[in-house]
Ligand binder design. Structure first.
Ligand code: PMT
Length: 396
């Protein structure tokens, strides 16, 4: 369940930082992508080299890289993460978090994070029991921060009591529990998702299609399933594996996709139309391979049925999300599709943006509804999918 998850591991200045190495290793070997932020003092307890090697990425400490001036954007990090885990978290860092002090990268990232945040406190027993620490921890709980309770035992001071950072294995279990809590926000909901390109046959050998790989639609299906929704993915041809927990229905042509979607929409709470569906299909499909001659050839095409418009006309109380792939007058065309197809919102991507559209792992989209236009920066298709699902959750 940690596969592909983005986790920021924040390390503060505590002797328990030695356990962060094991923690990082456990998260990475479970398939998570880990970025480590250390406070300046944390570097005294565990070397950046150790953490960079284990996380497979450079360590972030300062607001910018002193060697080349490159900015370490706490905002981007906060947006990137599925979870921000601070382990160990000192009494000092928790006090600053509770009051909004932002005097290092670890803390500014906390204030920017939109994902769940967890802290694993580590300190001496008296510091832990102190009324100020307990007050700060209660504030953090009220702010929605998850506390991975420390254990009791032998402490670095030589005293025995509560304050030892939880063991890395326990922290990983807590991380899994927090991420699966997030998952449940769409439990009981059923979504239809279309993805990939349709194939319109000309003869047994040739066809008309487009560049869609299915990546964007598969990411949406996966994001919905991760939040507990039942997902039926009606998929054009692609080489992608089926996301975990998703029911996949393979189709070839626009007509096949229309049939499957119309039959399945009834039982759903909503649909996300990400497929690049052919607008035209050959009027006649030759039974045998067409033989080439010396003359040019014409193929007569007829319009396909518009799946999204059909669902939009019959949507009742269901939620309908569309995509628009444009090359010019982008917003104008997208807004026209929003109302023509009766979408609740539309996800605009343009071939004029670098890193957007077909095949790649990234996209640049603008979410448009009848009142708002929200332009998002370049991000992975997985992140775009989660932004779309966030908006779906808000609308439901
Ligand atoms: O698959 P990838 O390589 O990751 O690329 C992703 C993508 C670029 C294909 C995706 O992000 C995207 O933009 N999909 C929609 C492409 C498209 O066909 O847009 P459109 O503007 O032609 O269609 C508007 C909407 O109507 C879309 O929601 C489309 O799914 C739907 N439609 C269109 C025609 C039709 N006959 N039936 C439909 O349902």
């Amino acid at each position: 369940m940690l596969k592909g998850k983005h986790i920021i591991l924040g390390i503060t200045g505590s002797i328990a930082a030695y356990k962060s190495a094991v923690l990082c290793r456990l998260l990475v070997s479970a398939g998570a992508e880990v970025r480590v932020i250390m406070t300046p003092l944390a570097k005294q307890f565990i070397t950046p080299l150790t953490m960079a090697t284990l996380s497979q990425h450079p360590i972030l400490v300062d607001f910018f890289n002193p060697e080349n001036g490159e900015w370490n954007s706490h905002v981007k990090l906060g947006e990137w993460a599925d979870l921000y885990l601070i382990a160990p978290a000192t009494a000092n860092t928790m006090a600053k978090m509770a009051t909004g002090v932002a005097d290092n990268l670890l803390l500014t990232t906390y204030l920017s994070a939109r994902c769940p945040v967890a802290v694993a406190p580590a300190m001496d027993l008296d510091m832990y029991a102190h009324v100020a620490t307990q007050r700060n921890m209660n504030s953090l709980r009220e702010d929605g921060v998850h506390i991975v309770e420390p254990g009791s035992g032998f402490l670095a001071s030589g005293l025995v009591g509560k304050g030892r950072m939880a063991e890395p294995e326990q922290i990983v279990e807590a991380v899994k529990a927090i991420l699966s809590e997030k998952k449940k926000s769409l439990e009981g909901k059923h979504f239809l998702v279309t993805a990939g390109a349709t194939i319109e046959p000309i003869d047994p050998v040739r066809f008309i299609s487009n560049h869609s790989s299915g990546k964007m639609g598969y990411a949406v299906a996966e994001a919905l399933a991760e939040r507990g929704a039942k997902v039926t993915l009606v998929s054009g041809r692609t080489s992608l594996p089926t996301p975990d927990g998703v029911e996949r229905v393979d189709v070839l042509s626009a007509e096949d996709m229309w049939q499957e979607c119309v039959a399945r929409f009834e039982g759903c709470d909503g649909a996300v139309m990400c497929a690049a569906v052919a607008d035209y299909t050959p009027c006649v499909v030759a039974e045998q391979k067409l033989k080439k001659g010396d003359d040019d050839m014409k193929i007569e095409l007829r319009r396909t049925k518009d799946i999204a418009a059909t669902l939009g006309a019959n949507k009742g109380g269901r939620l309908l999300v569309g995509f628009a792939m444009e090359t010019e007058h982008e917003q104008e065309h997208a807004k026209a599709k929003l109302s023509r197809k009766n979408f609740d919102f539309i996800v605009l991507n343009s071939l004029r943006e670098a890193g957007a559209g077909f095949r790649g792992d990234t996209n640049v989209v603008t979410l448009i509804d009848k009142d708002n236009v929200e332009a998002l920066p370049l991000m992975s298709k997985r992140e775009v999918a989660h932004k779309i699902v966030d908006k779906i959750e808000n609308l439901l």
